[in-house]
Design a protein around this ligand. Structure first.
Ligand SMILES: Cc1ncc(COP(=O)(O)O)c(C=O)c1O
Length: 463
């Protein structure tokens, strides 16, 4: 034991001495997404295991956003490493024109977990390439050109996917958006654009889409594309029957229904896919993130037999050098096996219910919690300045000057040992699906502590 302690101390000391160089090389030679490069202070991650990240100083961080809501099986699962190594020893990569065992096995497995006739997989590299190919294929298949999407959505950062989303991260590149994407307002019940309350709601959000379709010409609309469950825009829950109505509209007009399951797929919401909460089957499903739990970059566009059949005789004019990458397919196959053998999807549902209960308890002591929206383990707290007026603690697309309080909340979480996604007035709760109740308690205690900063800036006494 004594020897072990000495070793640990030495290792820790060596690591701490490496930190400076690691950070310097990162900052001097690499660019960080979505931020000003000066003044950033990234966590220097040395290793990660389960729901925790460990930095070079030995500090532990509870990963409450599963990376970017992708590391669903948790970090450092050696079963994936073994599957990847085994595949690389056989063949790492062959061109997408070749057949491999792992590609076929994965396609078959995905057809098994997808409902209806979603039986054919086109493998991509990430979420954005799944979306790009879905948009392209929907246009090729229908011969129509317009795609309807939501403003409060993120579908990726390539040109087409960026345009499809409404997320304001696209606005600096506004002039470069692709044509023929038509955005609609969200069904955002907490902040209903039609000022309705649940008791007065007549699904105005659906009538709105029907009007937009009439204006745009249903004969010109190839697809409606929506996240299976909303993610980074604030886990905005679809009202009851919303997806069913969408399906009806699509069927009426020959429009394809595309579910973006990049974030909500692979057990994140307590079911394989978010759309399964809504009792519909889409025509195409975009996947990434959880398909490999982030162990390797990978994605998939799943389509129905009917769509695939058109290309029995017509050439399928989509392609990528790394489509069906053998090593990535092996990672995906193993990760899917882990979801099943470790009952992770059931765990997401069970622990998700526990999270809901914990946040209900937090609401009693934190007036700054305006709303909490969660499905399985895809959840987000909306922090407000005033729970009655619902004025957000930081507005939509908040400039840095409006982020003072939320930045302090985020900094507090980091100081306490939590890594999560704090955006505008949102705090995301989306830990790996392996998470336990004790680990949720650990995270909730940190969130509760950090929310004291928000409460001090909130114009209400505890509700
Ligand atoms: C719903 C959704 N779709 C697509 C994407 C884009 O995925 P990627 O970053 O892998 O291109 C994201 C990324 O966060 C996402 O949340």
């Amino acid at each position: 034991m004594h020897v072990m302690n000495t070793f640990m101390t030495k290792e820790t000391a060596t690591l701490a001495s490496e930190r400076e160089e690691v950070l310097k090389n990162n900052l001097d030679y690499t660019l960080f997404s979505w931020s000003k490069q000066k003044g950033i202070d990234p966590i220097c991650v040395h290793r990660a295991e389960g729901v925790y990240l460990y930095d070079y100083d030995g500090k532990r961080y509870l990963d409450f956003s599963s990376g970017l809501m992708n590391v669903n099986i948790g970090h450092g699962d050696q079963r994936v490493t073994d599957a990847v190594v085994k595949q690389m020893q056989l063949v790492s990569y062959v061109t997408p024109s070749c057949a491999t065992q792992v590609r076929g096995d994965l396609g078959k497995k995905l057809a098994e977990i997808c409902p209806g006739s979603l039986n054919k997989a086109f493998f991509t590299l990430c979420g954005a390439t799944s979306i790009e190919n879905a948009m392209k294929l929907a246009r090729l298949y229908t011969g129509r050109h317009k795609i309807i999407t939501r403003y409060r959505a993120f579908h990726g950062a390539t040109y087409g996917a960026m345009t499809a989303g409404g997320d304001p991260r696209k606005l600096p590149a506004d002039s470069q958006q692709v044509p023929n994407v038509v955005h609609v307002e969200d069904a955002f019940c907490y902040r209903c654009p039609w000022s309705q309350e649940p008791q007065s709601c007549k699904l105005e959000c659906i009538s709105h889409i029907e009007r937009v379709i009439d204006f745009e010409g249903p004969q010109n609309i190839a697809a409606i594309l929506m996240e299976g469950e909303s993610g980074s825009s604030g886990c905005i829950k679809y009202p009851k029957n919303y997806w069913k109505k969408l399906r009806e509209i699509c069927d009426r007009h020959g429009i394809l229904l595309i579910a973006d399951e990049v974030m909500s797929g692979f057990g994140r919401t307590g079911k394989w896919f978010g759309f399964e909460h809504h009792g519909v089957v889409p025509d195409m499903v975009c996947m990434a993130k959880g398909i490999t739990s982030g162990y390797l970059p990978f994605g998939c566009l799943m389509v129905t037999d009917a769509i695939a059949a058109k290309y029995d005789n017509d050439p399928l004019m989509i392609g990528l050098t790394y489509s069906a990458h053998a090593t990535a397919c092996a990672a995906a196959l193993e990760v899917i096996k882990i979801y099943e053998t470790d009952n992770l999807i059931e765990n997401a549902s069970k622990i998700g219910a526990y999270v809901n209960k914990c946040v209900e308890d937090l609401k009693k002591i934190h007036p700054s919690i305006g709303d909490f929206r969660n499905t399985g383990l895809l959840g987000c707290i909306e922090v407000v300045k005033n729970p009655k007026t619902k004025e957000p603690m930081a507005p939509y697309n908040a400039p840095a000057s409006a982020m003072k309080v939320m930045n302090q909340v985020g900094a507090k979480l980091k100081e306490l040992g939590m890594y999560t996604f704090v955006r505008w007035n949102y705090i995301f709760i989306a830990p790996p699906l392996t998470v336990t109740e004790d680990q949720i308690d650990e995270g909730m205690a940190m969130i509760s502590e950090a929310l004291k900063i928000a409460d001090a800036n909130c114009e209400a006494s505890p509700h």
